[in-house]
Design a protein around this ligand. Sequence first.
Ligand code: OAD
Length: 246
Amino acid sequence: MSSSVEAARTALLRAGSVAVLTGAGVSAESGIPTFRSNGGYWRTHRFEDLATPQGFARDPKFVWEWYEERRRSIASATPNAGHAALVELERRVRRFTLNTQNMDGLHDLAGSKNIVKLHGDIWVLRCTRCRRERVDRTVLRELPPYCECGGMLRPGVVWFGEMLPEGAMERASDAVHNADVVIVAGTSARVYPAAGLIPPAMERGTAAIEINPEATDFSSDVTFSLRGPSAEILPMLIMDGGNYGS
Ligand code: OAD
């Protein structure tokens, strides 16, 4: 395992196909709290109450108040230099897939195109009765909100114990399987099935670059473990010109 940004950049420059897995840490420098690090949501909130179908069934208003508070704070956040660096990488590499566990929409806002949203999208509202979905970025005045069909709406995110959006894992696994380089940025890699994308790549010998200020369970097994905030490291890795896939 190497900690050299320079060596990781050289490996990346050779890649014709890149798959990325991001987590909450990528949005930390946009002012959005993570889940498990210091100041993370799950340090002070019970995920069982806020991020499970059972919690929602027990008290939908309580769950919605938390999501609405998050929606309001995310609405005033802007993408950071790490998000921008991934947009640049997508422009320059032949094949690129951005698999994200983030539901904040900042990768879209930055301009990333080929995104697989493994955990859904906080800006999507889904009807619990007719299942219709719509994107809604407005402030929700009545909580819980209701659909025109009379059914209660829920946040379009994935909760613990739920299936991932149809086809999402297949797309993500395919991208990782076909990648020359895999980048894992800003995730504790503790939540499955998303975290399960990493080991097969390493078993195949695909170069893996991890970016995280802290060590994770995978840090000693990846090819490059770059310690630091993604808003600093991703631009160092990507912005410096060069032709990819050569
Ligand atoms: P976590 O909160 O588990 O992990 C965030 C990671 O980001 C940690 O490893 C931090 O060390 C790292 N980090 C902190 N600041 C950073 C920075 N500036 N730059 C880069 N990395 C930084 O968040 P996730 O791994 O995204 O799911 O969590 C996965 C899932 O668990 C979430 O999607 C959510 C959560 O419960 C659901 O709600 C289903």
